[in-house]
Write a protein that binds this ligand. Structure first.
Ligand code: C5P
Length: 222
């Protein structure tokens, strides 16, 4: 992305995993390093955007200039994302949100002898779908990490979640995906697609952001 191409644009990015507590010492989570979301935040800042980074627990430095909103659970992430997306031009949902949370949070540590062979779960809200239903709707960009049938799942999510763009990547391959510093993406939007070949996540973030900026300018021509 060229410097200035997103000057003054408000971008909300969610990144990292969420943590759904079972008791004071245990939680359910997803695999996610947060690297892609943080790389996108850094790329957006260098192109002049105002960046709000709603982040689950990760061990990454916060890109200088980003407004960090740290969260743990999916419900906290939902509240922070919705609040900030109301005034956003772009929402990028790069977080690995836990689909379910334990229905109850035990006040004390669950003991081995306790009857815990079943953990009742409650479904978490789909954050990106809620953003896509806001009025006015920001440009909404999602991710899809898939182990099989990437193209079909990604296209289906693009439509069912009412997204403007979806970046899909293979997981469980020898290269790319979780924890890795490298990745490749297949990007879909209504009526088009583009492959961004395997490279480091910073280069990839800049390439993806360039596509996102094009979509924003198509949506809001000057
Ligand atoms: O349905 P799936 O989880 O594969 O969709 C991935 C996309 O949906 C990602 O952009 C992710 O951040 C978003 N998502 C969300 N809220 C959820 C689950 C997924 O925003 N509860």
């Amino acid at each position: 992305t060229q410097p200035g191409v997103l000057a003054g644009v408000n971008i909300v990015i969610s990144a990292g995993p969420t943590r759904e507590p079972l008791d004071p010492v245990r939680y359910i989570t997803n695999r996610s390093s947060g690297k892609m979301g943080y790389a996108l935040a850094a790329a957006a800042l260098s192109s002049g955007a105002n960046v709000t980074l709603v982040s689950g627990p990760v061990s990454l430095p916060v890109p200088a200039g980003a407004k960090l909103i740290p969260v743990e659970t999916a419900l906290q992430m939902y509240d922070a994302v919705i609040t900030h997306s109301r005034t956003a031009d772009i929402y990028i949902g790069a977080a690995a949100v836990a689909d379910y949370r334990p229905q109850q949070l035990a006040e004390r540590k669950i003991k081995k002898g306790d009857d815990t062979s079943n953990i009742p779960l409650a479904k978490n809200p789909d954050i990106i779908t809620a953003v896509a239903n806001l009025q006015p709707k920001p440009l909404v960009v999602g991710f899809a990490a898939e182990t099989d049938d990437l193209e079909n799942y990604a296209k289906h999510k693009l439509q069912s979640k009412n997204l403007d763009l979806i970046a899909a990547n293979w997981v469980g391959q020898t290269e790319g995906g979780f924890e890795s510093d490298r990745n490749a993406l297949q990007v879909f939007w209504p009526g088009g697609q583009q492959i961004l070949p395997m490279t480091d996540k910073n280069t990839l973030a800049a390439q993806l952001l360039k596509l996102i900026a094009e979509k924003l300018h198509e949506k809001n021509p000057v």
